[in-house]
Design a protein around this ligand. Structure first.
Ligand code: FAD
Ligand code: SF4
Length: 476
């Protein structure tokens, strides 16, 4: 294929990934995009111009060698392509599905300047899925350093640290509070966007390499970080505990029955399989008229979940305009296709219920956009006298989260936190306490899977350097 001219490559249109029909999928939990076929993947790979100075890689927080893996697909070596990605990315099947490629690698692809960028995310997903289906045997990584590291939290940042350190010859033990590993990948992002078997396969891969995972293990309760370091023989501890503490609206009526945080609503449905009740013993409220407050990925996930749980109508209430919606474009598009109603430029002011305390309707006020605030987005301003009602019997609040405070609270006053309660680190995840590292949402606030993974990579490198350089040696 090397003899193919750039002009010929540019003639090939971007290959769309087949998807489930919107009407059918709005009522089931099966994955929405179905994956590229071998033919579509090869055609899409042929679109890559193999640029001399590729910009795509500069948009990737973990610097996946994009051009090289796409070339391997084109040459028919899909396993080689998957391995190439895995040199720097432990979770390609996950990233291929949920990364905001449109603002990262694809956002920088030269083809995007005049047309559609190469579908890098879809190709990444294709390679990872192809490799998973081959049932390849992996070998355990030998522990060559004689040192062990504790990783707290099994979200994408913790899994990345574990993967990098085991490859460097450390014994790695992950401590996870929940009964399943994966963090937000299993308790937050719904099955129809990221099937749990895919996350499990990535975790099985780590386990096959020798990573030990302790479930139902809340650090700060069963053991403290100090005990892990001083009594249990760990040379370093990595904190990848996320930012899962939900914010609420602080409006009258928020304590009515039928008002959920998105966190609880999605955890019940995803992690605890409430949508399979009574096969799974988790109750959930099935609202007829559901209202979700917020405009991020979490809000889209909650709204689309409500639809799949059988709601007759699902409204999203968001205080800014469509342009400012923080959710990925693809998720907004999918939500619209599935019949979710967007109420933009409005905000809840109160919730009202019946005499038994069940929520009945949401009072909202219309908003207009003013000057940009510190986030750079235009700030919403209420329009006096513009209140209106949305009838609703279930409300899901999805306006953001903050740091999980348990571990930071057990490390006071030594652990430096910023004004919002997130852990302060240097560029490589070193905290103010020697031998304690942190990364992912607990440092940045709610961000993305790939940025959490990028932080994990850097911290693994710092831990390795500090241990081999003597900065992580246990005190006598
Ligand atoms: P987490 O994934 O939050 O994992 C932290 C883990 O630590 C959890 O498993 C938790 O149980 C565990 N833990 C916490 N405290 C303790 C303790 N004391 N002891 C032991 N374990 C503990 N990002 C994208 O890039 N694309 C998307 O499409 C996207 N969609 C999202 C949808 C939803 C519903 C949500 C909630 C988030 C979404 N995100 C998305 C954001 C992304 O998932 C997070 O940025 C990412 O998961 C952060 O990774 P993390 O490893 O820092 O933390
Ligand atoms: Fe290929 Fe686009 Fe990267 Fe160039 S910028 S190497 S065309 S993916």
């Amino acid at each position: 294929m090397d003899d193919m001219k750039a002009s010929e490559r540019m003639q090939i249109p971007r290959q769309d990934m087949p998807e489930q029909n919107p009407k059918a999928r709005a009522r089931n939990f099966e994955e929405v995009p179905l994956g590229l076929t071998d033919e579509l993947a090869k055609l899409e790979a042929q679109r890559c111009l193999k640029c001399v100075n590729p910009q795509c890689i500069t948009g990737c927080p973990v610097q996946v060698p994009i051009q090289e893996f796409i070339k391997l697909i084109e040459d028919g070596d899909v396993i080689g392509a998957a391995r190439k990605i895995k040199e720097v990315n432990a979770l390609p099947a996950v990233c291929g599905r949920v990364c905001p490629q449109e603002v990262q690698c694809e956002g920088k692809c030269i083809l995007g300047k005049k047309g559609k960028p190469v579908a890098i995310g879809n190709l990444e997903r294709y390679c990872a899925d192809y490799e998973r289906n081959q049932e390849i045997q992996y070998v355990e990584c030998p522990s060559t350093t004689g040192k062990k590291v504790a990783v707290i939290g099994s979200g994408p940042s913790g899994l990345t640290v574990a993967r990098d350190l085991i490859a460097l010859g450390y014994r790695v033990e992950i401590f996870e509070a929940f009964h399943r590993p994966g963090g937000v990948l299993v308790y937050g992002i719904p099955e129809f966007r990221l099937p749990k078997r895919i996350v499990q396969a990535e975790i099985d891969f780590l386990k096959s390499q020798g990573v030990i995972i302790h479930l139902d293990s809340v650090i700060g309760q069963i053991r403290t970080v100090k005990e892990l370091l001083d009594e249990d023989g760990f040379s370093a501890v990595y904190l990848g505990v996320g930012a899962g503490l939900p914010w609420f609206l602080n409006v009258p009526g928020e304590n009515l029955k039928g008002v959920f945080s998105a966190n609880e609503y999605l955890t019940r449905t995803n992690l605890m399989r409430a949508y399979k009740f009574p096969e799974y013993d988790t109750p959930i409220l099935f609202g007829n008229r559901v209202t979700v407050v917020g405009g991020g990925n979490v809000a889209m996930d909650a709204a689309r979940t409500a639809m799949r749980l059988g709601a007759k109508s699902v409204n999203i209430v968001y205080r800014r305009s469509e342009e400012e919606l923080p959710a990925r474009r693809a998720e907004v598009h999918h939500a619209k296709q599935e019949g979710i109603i967007f109420n933009l430029l409005c905000n809840p002011t109160r919730l009202e219920g019946d005499e038994k305390g069940w929520v009945q309707r949401m009072q909202c006020i219309k908003m207009k956009l003013g000057e940009p605030d510190e986030s750079g987005r235009r700030s919403p301003i209420p329009i006096e006298g513009s209140e209106f009602y949305i009838p609703t019997d279930l409300v899901v609040v999805s306006i953001g989260t903050s740091a999980n405070p348990l571990i930071p609270s057990t490390l006071q006053p030594d652990l430096q936190l910023n004004k919002n309660g997130y852990i302060v680190t240097d560029e490589f995840g070193r905290t103010s306490i020697p031998r304690v590292y942190a990364g992912g949402d607990i440092v940045t606030g709610s961000a993305t899977v790939i940025s959490a993974m990028g932080a994990g990579r850097k911290a693994a490198q710092a831990i390795h350097e500090d241990i081999t350089g003597g900065a992580c040696v246990e005190e006598e």
